[in-house]
Every structure is written in structure tokens, then in C-alpha cells.
Write a protein that binds this ligand. Structure first.
Ligand SMILES: O=C(O)CCC(=O)C(=O)O
Ligand SMILES: [Fe+2]
Length: 354
């Protein structure tokens, strides 16, 4: 792991989660979750039914575009902030190809993956949890994060060359997800009686599209260690390809953890903070976490968008009136705000409230 530090980073990990797993290490104390306002790890999660939305019924070009599905979308996003997307048009075999490319990359020797290490001051590349405070409890995860759009901002030196089809698959898959995001932003706007481009216009022509490959090695203490701590995404929306076999994602609903089951060929969509801001809180960015598994490794692939960093985003005009006062400030570079808040132990979305 690179020993250079991000600004504000306290120190860096001496071993990746995968190395600790290979060496049979017990998780060090700084990985142990002691107490959390979100409840303990082992309080058994509920199995409530997460909404299922058929994307093919939302596309405005589709002659089947259905008011009923738009209504379902609005209700899913305002009550859960997430749903399982079916009818998205990406084949099962293609999703397996994405999973396979991720699996092959993480299976490379650690020395090989170090070529793609996250550098000082950068969010992109391969590495473990970023340590920003002494008190931070660490996540049992190795992750590869890459910016896919704007295309001229790609850091190709961090894009794996092994497996040989990794770059091509990442490019192609992320663009497919971007088209799904377009449909979702338009449909969300329509479901709220707004012009279909209000959100897309706020994200801007040079909106970011970021892919995160999450790798959770088996962990001997799943009762004490999390794969990913409770968080909400800083994105507009995130589309998550879950592992095909190993569950691990939980979403907080009405203060209870709910398991997100694996539905073959479905993609999990969750709202991010930027859409919570733009919709003036009408749709919610849900708190979620990933748990670890004692026997099996788990891989997920998240693709999310963010507004152009220099662009101001704020509640859409049509969603602010005397009955619904403006809840959020207008903000620029939410990713930086999010990072600073995390360093200070604050929740970013609470800090941008009026
Ligand atoms: O691995 C998962 O299921 C969750 C990933 C996630 O929440 C993220 O990448 O933001
Ligand atoms: Fe997330």
C-alpha cells in the first residue's frame, strides 16, 4: 500500500484487508466496531420487501411509459430511497462478465495491484479504507475507484490492464449505467411534475461518473467488523451490482436494518445526497452498510454520478413553496464538503441544511 497520505489522512494501512485475510490475521483493534448510533452489527436485519421497479416502463421513448410505474418510482424513492431495478436492458451474461473482470483483478497478487495504488491527495486507485482520524473504525474492504466521465479526465494509468478486457468492460458497463441514470433522473423529475431535465441540467454536461469496485475478503469476526460502515452516498444516484451469491448489503429503514436480497439480474439503485438536496428532501438518500462474511469473499460494483464540482446545486424551484420551505443551501463541490465532514465526524447532508 502507498505510504503517501491524502490531505487530512492520519496514516495509511500497513496491510490491505486481503493481506490480513491471506495471513490469517485477527482483525486489529482499529477495525472493531464498538458502539454505533445505528445499532450493533449482529442485531439481525429484517427481510422487508425492497421495492422493485421496471426501468423499461420508465423510459420516455418507450411506448409503454407508464404513469403507474412513475408513481411507484416516486413512492420507492421517497419512502426507501432505494429499489431493485429490473428491465434495465443489461443481460445476465454481461453482468457476469463485469463481475468476472472485477474478480480477476482482485485475485491478482497484491504486488501487482499496488501498481494501481491510490496516490496522495487522490480519491482514485486501489487501496483500503482511507484513514482520516485516529478515532475512525476501519472497514474490512479493498477498493478500486476510477473516474469514467468526463472521458478526458480518466486516469488511465490506474485502470487495470489485467485482466486484458478490464478497461473495455469498465468503459462499456459504466456508459450503460449512465444511460440508465439518464432515464432515472428524467423519470424522477416527471414523477415530481417537473421538467424532465431539471436534475440533469444541475449535474451539468461534465458531470462525473465514478465506478467503485468493492472487495470484501472473508473476515473471521463478522460480528465485530463491518465491510463498509453506515453511510449515505455523496452521489446523485448510485447503481450497485451486487455479488451473485453472497449477500451483505443492509439499508436503514425506519431505524431498522433491512437486508437487500440478491435478485438475479437486478441492479440496486439508491439515491445519493445530491438528489436529496435537489429534490428538497422529497426523496431520501438512505443510510446503508455492508457486513462481512466469515467464509466467503464478496464483490460489488457501484457506479454513481456527481454534479460537476464547480457547479452549484440546490433544491429545484418547483419543489420549494410556502408549504415546503427550502431545506438545503445551494452548494458547490459536495464531494469536498462530504470529505471534510467525515474527517470531523459530521454527517455532510446535515451540515448543508438551512
Ligand atoms: O457493497 C455494497 O453492497 C455496498 C457498496 C456501497 O455502499 C458503496 O460503494 O457506496
Ligand atoms: Fe454506498
Amino acid at each position: 500500500m502507498a505510504q503517501t497520505l491524502l490531505p487530512g489522512e492520519v496514516d495509511s494501512l500497513s496491510k490491505s484487508a486481503q493481506e490480513m485475510f491471506i495471513d490469517g490475521d485477527e482483525p486489529p483493534p482499529r477495525y472493531i466496531v464498538k458502539e454505533s448510533k445505528f445499532g450493533s452489527i449482529d442485531s439481525s436485519p429484517l427481510s422487508a420487501p425492497i421495492p422493485i421497479i421496471d426501468i423499461s416502463l420508465l423510459a420516455s421513448s418507450s411506448s409503454f411509459a407508464s404513469d403507474e410505474e412513475l408513481e411507484k418510482l416516486k413512492s420507492a424513492l421517497s419512502s426507501w430511497g432505494c429499489f431493485q431495478a429490473i428491465g434495465h436492458g443489461i443481460s445476465d451474461s454481461y453482468l457476469n462478465k463485469v463481475r468476472e473482470a472485477a474478480k480477476q483483478f482482485f485475485a491478482l497478487p497484491v504486488e501487482e495491484k499496488k501498481k494501481y495504488s491510490r496516490a496522495a491527495g487522490e480519491g482514485e486507485g486501489w487501496g483500503g479504507d482511507v484513514i482520516v482520524s485516529e478515532k475512525q473504525v476501519l472497514d474490512w474492504i479493498d477498493r478500486l475507484a476510477l473516474k469514467v466521465l468526463p472521458e478526458d479526465e480518466r486516469k488511465l494509468n490506474l485502470w487495470p490492464e489485467n485482466p486484458t478486457n478490464f478497461r473495455e468492460i469498465l468503459h462499456e458497463y459504466a456508459l450503460k449505467i449512465n444511460s440508465i441514470l439518464d432515464i432515472l433522473f428524467k423519470a424522477t423529475a416527471k414523477s415530481l411534475d417537473l421538467d424532465e431535465n431539471v436534475f440533469l441540467n444541475q449535474f451539468g454536461e461534465r458531470a462525473l461518473l465514478i465506478a467503485r469496485f468493492n472487495f470484501y475478503p472473508p473476515c473471521p469476526r463478522p460480528d465485530q467488523v463491518l465491510g463498509l460502515k453506515p453511510h449515505s452516498d455523496k452521489s446523485g444516484m448510485t447503481v450497485l451490482l451486487q455479488d451473485k451469491e453472497v449477500e451483505g448489503l443492509h439499508v436503514l429503514k425506519d431505524d431498522e436494518w433491512v437486508k437487500v436480497p440478491i435478485i438475479p439480474n437486478a441492479l440496486v439503485v439508491n439515491v445519493g445526497d445530491q438528489m436529496q438536496i435537489m429534490t428538497n428532501g422529497i426523496i431520501r438518500s438512505p443510510v446503508h452498510r455492508a457486513v462481512t462474511n466469515p467464509e466467503r469473499l464478496r464483490i460489488s460494483v457501484a457506479v454513481s454520478n456527481e454534479a460537476e464540482p464547480e457547479r452549484e446545486i440546490g433544491p429545484a424551484d418547483g419543489l420549494v413553496d410556502e408549504n415546503r420551505p427550502r431545506l438545503y443551501k445551494t452548494v458547490k463541490n459536495y464531494a469536498a464538503i462530504n470529505y471534510e465532514c467525515f474527517q470531523k465526524g459530521q454527517i455532510a447532508i446535515d451540515e448543508v441544511k438551512i
